[in-house]
Design a protein around this ligand. Sequence first.
Ligand code: UDP
Length: 480
Amino acid sequence: METRKPTHVVLVSSPGLGHLIPVIELAKRFVLHHSFKVTILAVTSQTSRAETQILNSALTSSLIHLIDIPSPDITALVAQNDAVLTRLGVVMREAKLAIRSNLSEITPRPSALIVDIFGTEAIPIARELNIISYVYVASHAWMLALVFYSPVLDELVEGQYVDRTEPLKIPGCKPIQPEDVVDPMLDRNDRQYKEYLTIGNGILQSDGVLVNTWEELQREELEALREGGLLSEALNMKIPVYAVGPLVRQPELETNSSTESLLKWLDEQPSQSVVYVSFGSGGTLSSEQMTELAWGLELSEQRFLWVIRAPIEKIADAAFFNTGSSGIDEVAKYLPEGFVSRTNEVGLLVPEWAQQVNILGHRSIGGFLSHCGWGSTLESVTNGVPLIAWPLYAEQRMNAALLAEELGVAVRPRLLPTKKVVRREEIAEMVREVIQSEESVKRNRVRERMKEVQQSGMKALLEGGSSYVALSKIANTIAG
Ligand code: UDP
């Protein structure tokens, strides 16, 4: 009897771990639940040690085939101080040739192409080759709505968005406070703003969009985005939107020696007693802010595990293309004098990068001081860990507003950390709020809400749940 060849899907990820990791997770889902063969065309930055590690660990899954497309040299096409988003746009445009040749030569012939939000330039190639195409937005539906609506805001709003006093309205969705807009909207004269305005149109060229959220979490925005919804009516768009999340990494089974030793340290701490501090793959603080954070942690008198990077002035996403390789002695130089020895009993410092999902799943973790990248956010949610929301770049201010004000699963500083240095007293207060005393009303409310959101997300992913059904629908369409 002839056995049917597995359906082959090609996924494209743009540089940056916040892009590569969700694409790998989506790939695993297609392999494990739908027995697809998956090839990932990973456009990589080639400068990040962590990126290499993640790629190698994905390679150990024999069902996912990985093709590394080194970032084309774009030095002549961008200025030195051009923003991450500008660089991503240029890199992905320049990588088109490599994507095209892989896509047309790869065997068996792929049945679908799925690109991330920066890979939409590859969609016409799929169309030419008669392959169905989707965009995977590894963020949430409110952000997607803003992306689609931004060209209209561009026409409606005069001057800088951040100078407005009224929130920005998006049909059918929560309004956005001007200070919470995505990074490329902060300065309309910056090159990245022009780059950003083209993204929505790029997505609309595809046959559908997958979003890493779920129905119960963002019903309002998902309805607005879909046919008949207020936003899709306003924009006259008819693109199918599938909520497939929360897709997050699972803890690595093979842990390296540095993870082993920090898990051992966590084993020795009481349950829910440690605040985990990390600013994602790209986040960096100014030296003043780093000093305040160190003092804040010390003053809180709570346990902490801090993934720490050397400070950089004025650039919040300085590590985006280049997660460094500094040792602990090097980064500790930037901490207040005596901090390391004074906090030795209660704190653990990890330089540059840690296996985050292994940490968040540990019973000793009681809170996560996070930059609120959507990946980290969902990893916190799926582990039921309340957040201290500390947005830095990209769409993280929106995420922080969603988490603190709408969902009630996070506390956050009174003023945005991107506007003003958060002082030690406030940091200590927030840490105590999420970690300390089980009698604290605020602590319990945030924790309970997080448990509810966690359960709602898990339910969406189970067989028969909304996200499970949505992904099965896409898989059926692709398999024909
Ligand atoms: N991450 C990690 N260790 C670190 C920092 C980040 O494993 O020290 C992972 C994290 O688990 C998440 C991803 O890197 O899966 C970061 O994605 P996110 O969307 O949170 O933020 P970004 O890095 O894109 O700003």
